[in-house]
Design a protein around this ligand. Structure first.
Ligand code: 13P
Length: 256
């Protein structure tokens, strides 16, 4: 079996000015900027990408964005394109986060267009999927995750699929302090891996990193990261301080 390098990604959401971002990234680079045992990505807001990117230069920490528009340019007031992100040396982009789906009415079809635009521009998509509390309680978790994954990846080739990252983020666990149990998370991660096997063959599915997101903290990370199909974390709250984020990276190094 291929062993996948763990990936710890920080989704800063709408936090940190460009000056604050440079400070936080500076602290991260000092603590973990040389290690290569796990992949580390920070995803600041658009306005902080440039300052964060400058401080990351020469370190092993990678830069990601939190969203983008599928078109390369044009009359889309307030939007940012994949080539713009590439020009700032971003190499990852979070797509289809539940906050985008719920507050900004993003559909699977629109997210799918972004996935294609990201791949075309050598940005690795971190495609987020996950059920709401009502969906979990009604027993439709796997169905929801299947639909979001299949529609989000429609038309993505086997060759492209190997560079994908999927993030399983149960909506009820995001920012709530309610983390999924290791069994709940592993069940969905294994389900996603099976689905990828059906869509793209086993060797491709074995290469795709599937991250867990939702109240991941240094205290609960070791157990989650030890699960067979949990290949890292997409971290919100705990990525906003160097100490907790570094602890999460170290937790991933410990189980690699
Ligand atoms: P929290 O870690 O704050 O729960 O956020 C998770 C998340 O939404 C990451 O994308």
């Amino acid at each position: 079996m291929i062993s996948r390098k763990k990936l710890i990604a920080g989704n800063w959401k709408m936090n940190k000015t460009s000056a604050d971002a440079a400070t936080l990234v500076g602290d991260l680079v000092s603590a973990i900027g040389k290690q290569n045992d796990v992949d580390v990505v920070v995803c600041p807001p658009f306005t902080s990408l440039e300052s964060a990117g400058k401080v990351l230069e020469g370190s092993t920490v990678k830069l990601g964005a939190q969203n983008m528009h599928p078109e390369a340019s044009g009359a889309f007031t307030g939007e940012i394109s994949a080539p713009m992100l590439r020009a700032l040396f971003a190499t990852y982009v979070i797509l289809g986060h539940s906050e985008r789906r719920s507050y900004f009415a993003e559909t699977d079809a629109f997210i799918n267009k972004k996935v294609h635009a990201a791949l075309k521009n050598q940005l690795r998509p971190i495609l987020c999927v996950g059920e709401t509390l009502a969906e979990r309680e009604s027993g439709s978790t796997l169905k929801v995750v299947q639909t979001q994954t299949e529609l989000g990846l429609e038309g993505v080739s086997k060759e492209q699929a190997a560079s994908l990252v999927i993030a399983y983020e149960p909506v009820w666990a995001i920012g709530t302090g309610k983390v999924a149990t290791t069994e709940q998370a592993q069940e969905v991660h294994a389900f996603i891996r099976d689905l990828l096997t059906k869509l793209y063959t086993a060797p491709v599915a074995q290469k795709v990193r599937i991250l867990y997101g939702g109240s991941m903290k240094p205290a609960n990370a070791p157990e989650l990261l030890a699960q067979k199909d949990i290949d890292g974390g997409l971290i919100g709250g705990a990525s906003l301080e160097a100490r907790s984020f570094v602890e999460l990276v170290n937790a991933a190094i410990a189980v690699k």
